[in-house]
Design a protein around this ligand. Sequence first.
Ligand SMILES: Cc1cc2nc3c(=O)[nH]c(=O)nc-3n(C[C@H](O)[C@H](O)[C@H](O)COP(=O)(O)OP(=O)(O)OC[C@H]3O[C@@H](n4cnc5c(N)ncnc54)[C@H](O)[C@@H]3O)c2cc1C
Length: 399
Amino acid sequence: MQRRNILVVGAGPVGAVAALACARLGHRVVLLEAQERIDDSPRASTTQPPTLEILAGLGLIEEYLRVGLVSRTFQFWDRGTLTRIAEFDFERLRGETDFPFVVQTEQHKLANMAIGRLRGMADAQVVLGFRVVDLEEKSDHVVVSCDNGERFSADYVIGADGGRSTVRKLLGIEFEGYTWPERFLVITTKFDFAAALGCCFRNYMADPDEWTNLFKVAGDDLKGRWRAVYNTRKDETDEEALSEASVRARLSRIYVPESQRDYLHLNLYNVHQRVARHFRKGRVFLCGDAAHVNNPIGGLGLNSGIHEAWDLASLLDKVIKGEATEEILDTYEARRRPLNIEYVQEQTVANKKRLEEREPAQRAKRFQELREMADDPARHKAFLMKASLLESTRRAIRT
Ligand SMILES: Cc1cc2nc3c(=O)[nH]c(=O)nc-3n(C[C@H](O)[C@H](O)[C@H](O)COP(=O)(O)OP(=O)(O)OC[C@H]3O[C@@H](n4cnc5c(N)ncnc54)[C@H](O)[C@@H]3O)c2cc1C
């Protein structure tokens, strides 16, 4: 068994970025992925400024910008009346970051891009179709076994194998939190909401019964398409949510005329708010959805996973090169877990509440708060510093 410095489990966007970050620091890396190809279902696309800074550090930013859409603003809407409540502009972050905008690039593009780079590096190996089923920690390394009987050994292991993480389960780490009773339905359509309603590329539409988040992404053909994300009713079956009639009815509620209610894809997701009790056990670390999951309103989950991957790569680098002792590895959980709770869990729960507020007076108050915040330059910027995760990233550097 050839021994590597770092073995990464899961070639989703977080695992692929973690492996690339470690390989670029000069380490011998192997990335193991259970599937034969990277999952391209419509999940994350919104890439926040601090994540763009990391992608620049990895030498991926030009390619990333080429296959995505730059979005300077996001808007809140009242869905019932289809009127805009407030707009926030990332240009207010100029001076804080080299990237005062988000980029809408689908997550499978990032994973494939990072894998492409790894394949060109002599000390990096990407293995698809190998499912990790066991881990054995020895005194100075870890042995990882796959379902086909293959075994690998490494000084350290990064479990980036998603929300249902086998690595987390093998470590016996609890995934604390809860699952929302409703599911989120994603309808992908070519209907042009910018032309029809004046939407920007990221729109959050509040409604007490059924809210909608509306995003534009480039698509693999770069021709552009929209993703409309809805909550399902708590008593709605999968069959009903995915039925032609209910999908067309949902599109009608965001203006789409009868003749244009055809759609490209439908996806239904269970949604959770959970954080692993620990992000590390011995030589094994959790990163990305393996460590935490959240509702996608605000576009934060994947972003925080990439921040962790970058942070962890730098800590492991220092230890492997003998520039720091192993104690430094304790800072990973000590720093990242509270940051995820404060900036990702709390914000995404608040974002969901803002969209679904039922009580009319409270709803009017929330809309008014958004208008006032958008109109006040200092509060506008402070809101964006938090919503973009720039504030959490700056805090991470200090802790
Ligand atoms: C509708 C929706 C929209 C979203 N939008 C955003 C957004 O705009 N911005 C944002 O930041 N986040 C968003 N998210 C969240 C984002 O999709 C996740 O945070 C992201 O997928 C996490 O990436 P990951 O690499 O940690 O895990 P995953 O993408 O789940 O990848 C895990 C990988 O590990 C592999 N794997 C699993 N088990 C094993 C095993 N035993 N051995 C080997 N490999 C294994 C899997 O096959 C998979 O390839 C959204 C989520 C949803 C559902």
